[in-house]
Design a protein around this ligand. Structure first.
Ligand code: UN1
Length: 492
């Protein structure tokens, strides 16, 4: 089926079929670049729809756990090939629905493809360990088994890559899934699910229910048939979920916010650091939990660095993500735009120096979207709101420092600890930073965002629940360990 002829109204995907919500109601997905652009209509689900999805996943679990890993891998690979054959069209839909640029939309679709391929291979890696026993005749080993039914709740900012990185390993390791995508980006979620459907995933193994967090998300987290929950989103929602999960003893994995620093030392390659700080802060309109929010720069170079960064930011085109000349699309919603403007206002009130941006952009065809100007502050006081909180948009501050230890102390002064960068040619200082920084992902001479599928992803402190996603960590999360002692029967 060609993507262009996509139906405008999508149901839920339950028990291997696209079905309308029991409510008969739908909600709209509209482009954040132009709210006149209707992306599609999606099921406004009820508790009964969630119940049907959980039951379908529960019924499908015994057979899927006993499906051999090669058969599971073949389905993941086939879904990857289906997405690959539509990568450009889906990337375009991503740019329309989420607002990142076409290049980023196509790139993110590529990432989903890469993740499916990775887990097709990872499923076939060793699944346990063999141990020596104190009893010479005992064969003693561990094996990992699926958890059963897992709940996956995803954000809008990576509308196909994050569903892929949660769902592909869940399936690869033998679990069935109930999936609730963000209501801002349901089309991309549907594209991902549809690829797995076409690839021959058996009915009930993956079920998607769209709708509000309170009607669809909460029942998934509360239901005793759901053994584990994987969530990416806000800290506030995540912490609430972990209380609910803890009450019934469910396993939970949270990927929450970030307030990520990039330290630039006096010996750094200036142009390289500038480029990575700018892209780290601004690409995807700053809407990555790994985005750079603070450039912590040595005082001897801070004036030159700041004025060159300002020049780069002045050169950014903000507009239609489908236009090749655009660097930054809109933010996701009116509320998100207001939040960036409020963050900039507060930063000014708290004495930080606004160099550019700070407001909405509503001219030049941007009046029907949620565009905000890329925003840069200088001489930022690290204790202010801008220096401490995640604003989630194209806004950043430069903080001058006298030495690396002051830089690291400021970098570590926030409640988050997801990603952090340093720019330097000094190996000793780079290693010192890698050791002292409180962050789950550390970059030396590269921007704070980015996540390769074969390595663990996750944060320190308020950025996660100490769990990690992707790489081999995904197996730890989506399986449980069984220890087996085998003794020969007594000789008869
Ligand atoms: C990236 O840095 O490319 O929601 C991925 C987020 C993160 C993913 C970041 N969980 O922004």
């Amino acid at each position: 089926m060609a993507v262009a002829s996509a139906p405008k109204t999508w149901g839920n995907y339950i028990g291997g079929e696209w079905v309308a919500s029991e409510s008969g109601k739908t909600f709209e997905s509209r482009s954040p670049s132009n709210t006149n652009d209707l992306i599609g209509e999606f099921a406004a689900s009820t508790k009964a729809d969630v119940e049907a999805a959980i039951q379908a996943a529960t019924d499908a679990a015994p057979k899927w756990r006993d499906t051999n890993v090669v058969a599971r891998s073949v389905i993941l690979l086939k879904a990857a090939e289906i997405l690959a054959s539509r990568q450009n069209e889906i990337g375009r839909e991503l740019a329309r629905e989420e607002g990142k640029t076409l290049k980023e939309g196509i790139g993110e679709t590529g990432r989903a493809i890469q993740i499916l391929r990775y887990y097709a291979g990872e499923a076939q890696q060793p699944n346990g360990e063999h141990y020596p026993s104190m009893n010479l005749d005992t064969l003693l080993y561990t094996t990992r088994e699926p958890l059963g039914v897992v709940g996956v709740i995803t954000p809008w900012n990576f509308p196909i890559a994050i569903p892929a990185w949660k769902i592909a390993p869940a399936l690869a390791f033998g679990n069935t899934v109930v999936f609730k995508p963000a209501s801002a980006t349901p089309l991309l979620a549907a594209r991902f699910v549809d690829a797995l459907h076409e690839a021959g995933l058996p009915a009930g193994v993956l079920n998607m229910v769209t709708g509000s967090a309170s009607v669809v998300g909460d029942p998934i987290v509360e239901d005793d048939r759901i053994a584990a929950i994987s969530f990416t989103g806000s800290g506030e929602v995540g912490r609430k979920m972990s209380v609910t999960a803890a009450k019934r003893g469910a396993k939970i994995q949270l990927e929450l916010g970030g307030q990520n620093p990039a330290i630039v030392l006096a010996d750094a390659d200036m142009n390289h650091a500038l480029q990575h700080v700018m892209t780290g802060a601004m690409w995807s309109t700053g809407q990555k939990c790994t985005a750079t929010s603070r450039a912590i720069v040595h005082r001897s170079i801070v004036d030159e660095f700041t004025s060159k960064l300002l020049e780069k930011i002045e050169g950014l085109n903000v507009g239609d993500p489908l236009d090749e000349a655009t660097h930054l699309g809109p933010v996701i919603s009116a509320e998100a735009a207001d939040n960036v403007v409020a963050g900039a206002d507060r930063a000014k009130q708290e004495g930080n120096e606004l160099l550019i941006g700070g407001g909405r952009l509503t001219d030049d065809g941007r009046e029907h979207g949620f565009f905000v100007a890329p925003t840069l502050f200088a001489n930022v006081d690290p204790s202010t709101h801008l220096g401490q909180e995640e604003i989630f948009g194209p806004i950043m501050g430069v903080i001058p420092v006298d030495d690396i230890d002051e830089a690291i102390a400021i970098a570590n002064s926030v409640k988050y600890g997801l990603a952090a960068s340093i720019f330097t040619r000094d190996l000793g200082r780079a290693l010192h930073f890698a050791k002292k920084i409180q962050a789950g992902i550390v970059h030396i001479n590269s921007e704070t965002p980015g996540a390769e599928p074969q390595v663990p992803f996750g944060g320190y402190k308020g950025s996660s629940s100490y769990s990690r996603e992707q790489g081999k960590s995904a197996r730890d999360f989506y399986t449980q360990v069984k220890t087996v002692y085998i003794d020969p029967p007594p000789a008869s």
